[in-house]
Write a protein that binds this ligand. Structure first.
Ligand SMILES: *Cc1c(COP(=O)(O)O)cnc(C)c1O
Length: 371
């Protein structure tokens, strides 16, 4: 069993993907070829944002977004401690200070009720993460940002395709950033990412920063980076977009199958009704995680932990935080366990995973209520 089955995914799109790759090899425009603009137009339309700027990775998307806002030394950026390290990394790389606001234990996303107390005159932006594929509480976060004139950057690296209040993730705030890392819900076959915004000025700044701050050839009006997504990777995402909606429905099917077998029997990440997840991960909450993990491993079932050490507890980030600053994140980091997930995970496999999981977690067998 695979944790995420990328080979099955390739087989479904194989002819289309191969043809798209061949087309790039034939025209030879490997950097900023026609597929780059084609993909940007398709993705912008998909999310509803006015602009899409493809970039080299999800990390680069976060970095370029912060650069476009002019964030640097002396600036604070509020974020969650419970994410992949790239979120905080982009902030500190620019010399800004990450301010880690604890998470809601139900959803594992940043707790909006704790944000305002951490805003100071140094605060410039809020960077929530839509963890496990489920949007953070963006309406509450946007309202806080509006009151304090801050910019909200959604780290939507795991949530491309998810919705919140009927709108797509990546178009829920001033800026949205996603990743096309192969195992993300919409992945390429290498590194890639994209930034979304409906602000024309920010978009043109981001486009310049992506190519070394160049406004015209060899005229550098800003400090930029080498941050382009290459044409081949864009071509692959274009091919995969053709069956992405179907994949999303299969992800929802797999999650519903898990739900049916697990709800009420094991701790789960809450999923409020006003949003939908794309299940980048299907994550449960268990005590004695390492024993449960070992039992699954012994049954040939791969699992993962997202994330075992919150960012504020990482050695390199110690100076920006202390161990007491996010107790909920610390508690969840010891308990979360991600199960195999993806559009190609069949219901028989899910049934087997759940049987082993419930056995190992010591859950009571399914009861037959008499009422
Ligand atoms: C994957 C991920 C990133 C980084 O994306 P890359 O494309 O690997 O650089 C950033 N933030 C989160 C939450 C992620 O899951």
């Amino acid at each position: 069993m695979e944790f995420i089955d990328l080979k099955a995914q390739y087989q479904v799109g194989r002819d289309n993907i191969n043809a798209r790759i061949q087309a790039v090899l034939d025209h030879g425009q490997y950097i900023m070829g026609p597929e780059v603009e084609e993909l940007e137009a398709r993705l912008a339309a998909f999310t509803g944002a006015r602009h899409c700027i493809t970039v080299a990775s999800g990390t680069e998307a976060l970095l370029i977004s912060l650069m476009a806002l002019g964030i640097g030394p002396g600036d604070d950026v509020i974020t969650t401690p419970f994410s992949f390290i790239a979120t905080a990394e982009a902030i500190v790389l620019l010399g800004a200070t990450p301010v880690f606001v604890d998470i809601d234990p139900a959803t594992c996303n940043i707790d909006p009720t704790l944000i305002e107390a951490r805003i100071t005159e140094r605060t410039r932006a809020i960077m929530p993460v839509s963890l496990y594929g489920q949007p953070a509480d963006m309406e509450a976060i946007n309202a806080i940002a509006w009151r304090h004139k801050l910019t909200v950057i959604e780290d939507a690296a795991q949530s491309f395709g998810a919705t919140y209040g009927g709108k797509r993730s990546c178009n829920l705030s001033a800026i949205g950033c996603t990743s096309f890392f192969p195992s993300k819900p919409l992945g390429c076959y290498g590194d890639g990412g994209a930034i979304f915004t409906s602000d024309d000025q920010l978009a043109s700044a981001m486009r310049e920063i992506r190519v070394h701050g160049q406004s015209r050839r060899y005229v550098h009006t800003r400090i930029g980076v080498g941050g382009r997504m290459d044409t081949l990777q864009c071509a692959i995402v274009l091919a995969k977009l053709d069956y992405f909606e179907w994949e999303l429905s299969e992800r929802a099917r797999a999650a519903a199958s898990y739900d049916a077998l697990l709800s009420g029997k094991i701790g789960m990440v809450a999923r409020p009704r006003d949003r939908s997840s794309v299940f980048a991960q299907y994550t449960v909450v268990v005590e004695q995680r390492e024993q449960v993990r070992a039992a699954l491993q012994a049954a040939g079932i791969p699992t993962a932990v997202h994330y075992p050490v919150p960012m504020h507890m990482q050695p390199a980030y110690a100076r920006w935080s202390d161990a007491r600053s996010a107790p909920v994140a610390n508690a969840m980091a010891a308990r979360v366990l991600s199960l195999p997930m993806g559009p190609y995970l069949d219901d028989a496999s899910i049934a087997r995973i759940c049987a082993v999981l419930l056995g190992a977690a010591g859950a009571a067998p399914a009861s037959c209520p008499k009422d």
